[in-house]
Design a protein around this ligand. Structure first.
Ligand code: ATP
Ligand code: MG
Length: 567
């Protein structure tokens, strides 16, 4: 945050981050014809999460900033875990975030023929060989960073023999895992990824796009750089764990490419969020184990989940911008994401009255059968949002916890003999209340003072509390789903001996079915967002199996982070 400053218009200005500096220098030097072409390369083995959103905003954002292009490339080199459902969700999520890829989406699998031909070239040039040893033996022979590895007994096969074997691997003659193609680089590099790394493996699995055509599949490290090259990528941005893979990325291109054009891999720190699990494998476990209701469960950090929860694309983009681009791994407080969402919703959401835990209030001196309309501002933050009329009568609902039989002194809500203002309407005074056999308050009886109507300027009584309310006969029923953080631990995936599942928040979802909301909310559509006054921000869910509207809590109104930041 330190290099972010806010200008008068509220847009954030900051100095160049290190990737922008590299790009600007490349442009000055006319490198790769001064083009900027990035790519976002998801593996279609799960739904995208907020970490991917950071990568998307970075890659597409740089292309926008430097008049370049950004490709969407499915890195589909592992047929065992990939599915078309994931491909579709990824496209939907990137578009929803507000980005458009160049041309059609690309697939690494489109390059399988080219990659195969290049592998043949490596073999011909004596730079790759087929190893017949099982994976465990290859791993054992790899050595340690301080101890050199052992050369495979198959390392010095002739090119002819290697070509023959590689072709037969391709033809499906051998068992899964019985042979691999390895680069012939050496077994002594301090970088373990450079010790004769595996380029191809045998995998008899159906691929979601190429079907059963291929029995061998390229490894990520071999496929990625060449795919970048084939697409004309200039800056290939990835997360820090790939830093140690970069020499191999460059080695492959060095062996295969003769042009002066060359993609460059640059690593940045991945986004880690507190109280959040951010690995597709772990998220898949949550889904498969039914700990959540699918990939788009509003508690999930997936883009689909955040969207359903009611987070806006604009807020996620602002968040990605705010956290910046770092070279060192760090953990971002999830409160900053929530703060950014709240800040965006504050500007764009209409205010409405909704009572989540209703209790009846009768205004004893208000005329029977009389109603009147109260004018309320839709959004004080948006001068163009206008006002609306809301019915008021003798019977209202207020929030149960806005009343206490024996309130402490500093409680500015309602109690016997106390006065409060009903938002936009009158000051009322509690005269008495009813209780059921268990002592629960069932009805509150008040009197009102007709001279205290809001906005009339006359007799504006000084009361400290203002309560939200809905008129009892016109209010409609609603279901409200109160979502909270999914995990109670700050770093749920950070315990070597414990599964994140152990840190699930048992109260991450509370469903409340007897809420009363103002009548306007009968006509909403999924995705509509509101501020329930004094409660929080809510979004209409896409669950269409309900006869009454269902609202997801996006975020509560207040958070300590906000105070921290505004100090
Ligand atoms: P996961 O760790 O969740 O399984 P991944 O790295 O395997 O993610 P990919 O589909 O390979 O998922 O990721 C696509 C792109 O998104 C890659 O360039 C990857 O570096 C980037 N990415 C993944 N996770 C994050 C993150 N937390 N922060 C920033 N970028 C990320
Ligand atoms: Mg990956």
């Amino acid at each position: 945050m330190s290099n972010n400053t806010e200008d008068v218009a509220g847009t954030e200005k900051r100095s160049l981050h290190f990737i922008e500096s590299i790009i600007e220098e490349d442009i000055r030097n006319g490198k790769n014809d001064a083009r900027v072409h990035t790519r976002f390369p998801p593996e279609p083995n799960g739904y995208l999460h907020i970490g991917h959103a950071k990568s998307i905003c970075l890659n597409f954002g740089l292309a926008e900033k430097y008049n370049g292009k950004c490709n969407l490339r499915f890195d589909d080199t592992n047929p065992e875990k990939e599915e078309t459902e994931y491909v579709d969700s990824i496209m939907e999520d990137v578009k929803w975030l507000g980005f458009q890829w160049d041309k059609e989406p690309y697939y690494a699998s489109d390059y399988f023929d080219r990659l195969y031909d290049w592998a043949v070239k490596l073999i011909r040039d004596g730079k790759a060989y087929v190893d017949d040893q099982p994976q465990e033996v290859i791993s054992q022979q790899r050595g340690t960073p301080t101890r050199p590895g052992i050369e495979s007994p198959f390392r010095n096969r002739t090119a002819e023999e290697n070509l023959d074997l590689f072709e037969r691997m391709k033809a499906g003659e051998f068992e899964n895992g019985s042979r691999v193609l390895r680069a012939k680089i050496g077994m002594t590099s301090p970088n373990m990824h450079m010790r004769d790394p595996v380029l191809y493996r045998i995998l008899n699995a159906e691929h979601h796009r190429t079907g059963n055509k291929w029995k061998i599949y390229p490894m990520y490290d071999y496929a990625h750089g060449q795919s970048d090259y084939l697409e004309g990528i200039t800056h290939s941005l990835c997360t820090l764990e790939f830093e140690v893979h970069r020499p191999l990325y460059d080695w492959c291109l060095d062996q295969l490419i003769e042009t002066s054009y060359r993609p460059r891999q640059i690593e940045f720190a991945r986004l880690n969020l507190s109280y959040t699990v951010m690995s597709k494998r772990k998220l898949l476990e949550l889904v498969k184990g039914n700990y959540v209701n699918g990939w788009d469960d509003p508690r999930m950090p997936t883009i689909a989940g955040l969207r359903r929860r009611g987070y806006t694309a604009a807020a996620i983009r602002t968040f990605a911008d705010r956290i910046g681009v770092a070279k060192r791994d760090n953990v971002i407080d999830v409160g900053l994401l929530e703060f950014t969402v709240r800040e965006d919703l504050n500007k764009i959401t209409p205010r409405v009255m909704a009572v989540i835990d209703p209790i009846l209030m009768v205004i004893t001196n208000y005329p029977e059968n009389q109603t009147e309309e109260i004018e309320l501002v839709n959004n004080p933050e948006d001068a163009e949002s206008g006002t609306r009329m809301l019915l008021f009568s003798k019977e209202l609902f207020i929030e149960r916890d806005d009343f206490m039989i024996d309130p402490p002194k500093k409680y500015f809500r309602l109690g016997p003999g106390r006065e409060v203002r009903l938002k936009g309407a009158y000051v009322v005074k509690c005269e008495s209340y009813d209780q059921d056999a268990d002592g629960n308050v069932t009805t509150i009886y008040c009197t009102y003072d007709a001279e205290t109507k809001s906005g009339t300027g006359s007799n504006q009584a000084k009361v400290k509390g203002t309560l939200h309310w809905v008129e009892a006969n016109s209010a409609i029923d609603a279901e409200v789903r109160l979502y909270d953080r999914l995990f109670v631990d700050e770093d749920p995936a950070g315990h070597a001996d414990k599964d994140p599942i152990e840190f699930l928040n048992p109260d991450s979802l509370k469903v409340v079915t007897n809420c009363k909301v103002e009548p306007l909310l009968a006509n909403t559509k999924s995705g509509d967002k509101f501020q329930f006054q004094r409660i929080g921000y809510f979004c209409v869910d896409n669950d269409s199996t309900f006869s009454m509207p269902v609202f997801n809590r996006i975020v509560s109104l207040k958070d300590n982070w906000a105070k921290e930041i505004q100090k």
